[in-house]
Design a protein around this ligand. Structure first.
Ligand code: FES
Ligand code: FE2
Length: 425
């Protein structure tokens, strides 16, 4: 890459890293998708900055001693359930020589022991044991002034909203309640209005930048054009009633909700526009995978709600999931779909949700195409970093909370404006 040196060595001049030619978020320099220097700055200003990162569901770790390994940005952390059922989050790095302490993805234990020299920590990350601390025979052991209380693993602020677990490195971050904000809370209240059960997860890697996925989940324009299932089977079509909003605080959380609508034209708009992903003659032998059994006040086909930076809450028909997005360098990310149902689901509904999970995830009949699309952008934008992609669709329309067509890129523009502010670019 031809980046100027990273910010740290230059004092405070991040604007040299990248130049956004318009202030409205509609021009995105390609460099932001592949620059190592920008990636490093994101880790500092976003993931270790004043944001709350989503780590998992309380339902994943219900019992005392349960734990889950995950990440805040690219920093490995562990979420644990303490004996009093409170939650802790700590950086998964031994206070001795920096080894990764917890090596399991999930499990249950009261003590986390580092294999390197067997230092042991409780569920809160406090140091409890140091072998040979008092010495043996001719060795004096650790110095007199060594205090285990000063050598725990780094602990993060942790909080929950409706059973969703978040953590932050920042003491300056708003409360989680305010961070989620009044525009977004109703969406989470809708999805988590009663107790849930965790059903399992899928994991996948994409050879593309994490922000391309952040754009994708804010991109109403692509939904019925990229995804053959959406347009062909009338899951999402232009003309459907859509509610969408962005949070008023920083604009980086969004929510769109698409209402199921019959289309008496049988997809005429797609035929007229010669949309190749619309398959007029295609049908399924068994259509039950598409079924939307009504379970809320309104019949919604898609509820997609990214809570910046690591969470996307989704309902597609009766499939419920929280997607966790984890950056893995400038041109890779990991995407985890954590599926859930409600505790009071009938066995039939539970079976239906699990079958319908085939719409999403790594080989999902719908969502396989999203990571393919982000990789197409990644590979074609790796050079000419000062050139820009554009997001002008619907630019002349007002940006406030709206009911209307999904054919807009305003949520992408809001994202990039918030990103520039947070990054100091
Ligand atoms: S690095 Fe963990 S005990 Fe030494
Ligand atoms: Fe998509």
């Amino acid at each position: 890459m031809n980046d100027t040196p990273p910010l740290k060595s230059e004092g405070s001049r991040p604007e040299k890293l990248v130049y956004f030619p318009r202030s409205d978020g509609s021009r995105i320099p390609y460099k932001v998708y592949s620059s190592q220097a920008i990636y490093d700055l994101e880790q500092e200003r976003i993931f270790r900055g004043p944001v709350w990162s989503f780590l998992g569901l309380e339902a994943e770790i219900p019992n005392a001693g349960d734990f889950k390994s995950t990440f805040v940005g690219d920093t490995p952390v562990v979420v644990t359930r303490n004996s009093d059922l409170s939650l802790s989050v700590w950086v998964n790095r031994c206070a001795h020589r920096g080894a990764k302490v917890c090596r399991a993805a999930r499990g249950n234990t009261q003590m986390h022991v580092c294999v390197y020299h067997q230092w042991s920590y409780d569920t809160r990350g406090n140091l409890r044991g140091v072998p040979f601390r008092r010495g043996v025979k001719n060795s004096p052991g650790m110095p007199e002034d060594f205090d285990t209380k000063e050598h725990g693993m780094r602990q993060l602020r942790v909080d929950t909203y409706r059973g969703l677990i978040f953590a932050t490195f920042s003491d300056a971050a708003d409360s989680l309640y305010d961070y989620i904000g009044p525009q977004m809370r109703p969406g989470l209240d809708r999805m988590f209005h009663k107790p849930i059960v965790y059903l399992g997860c899928t994991r996948q890697y994409s050879n593309s930048n994490w922000k391309l996925y952040m754009e994708n989940v804010r991109d109403g324009y692509h939904a019925s054009l990229l995804h053959a299932f959406h347009s062909t089977f009338n899951l999402v079509r232009v003309g459907m009633k859509i509610y969408s909003t962005a949070d008023e605080n920083h604009g980086m959380h969004n929510w769109s909700k698409i209402f199921q609508t019959e289309d008496s034209s049988a997809g005429a708009a797609y035929k007229d526009n010669q949309v190749t992903s619309f398959k007029a003659g295609m049908h399924l032998e068994d259509e039950s995978i598409l079924e939307n059994i009504q379970e809320y006040d309104e019949i919604v086909t898609n509820h997609i709600q990214p809570i910046f930076p690591q969470l996307v809450v989704m309902q597609i028909q009766n499939t419920l999931a929280v997607r966790q997005l984890l950056p893995k360098g400038p041109s890779n990310f990991e995407l985890i779909f954590n599926f859930f149902g409600y505790e009071d689901d009938t066995p039939e509904m539970r079976h239906h949700r699990i079958k319908q999970a085939n719409l999403v995830g790594p080989a999902g009949l719908i969502s396989m195409e999203d990571t393919e699309a982000t990789e197409l952008v990644q590979v074609a934008t790796a050079s000419d970093g000062d050139d820009c992609s554009m997001a002008d669709m619907g630019r002349d329309a007002p940006e406030s909370e709206q009911m209307g067509s999904g054919i807009t890129e305003y949520r992408i523009r809001r994202f990039w404006r918030g990103y520039q502010k947070l990054m100091g670019l």
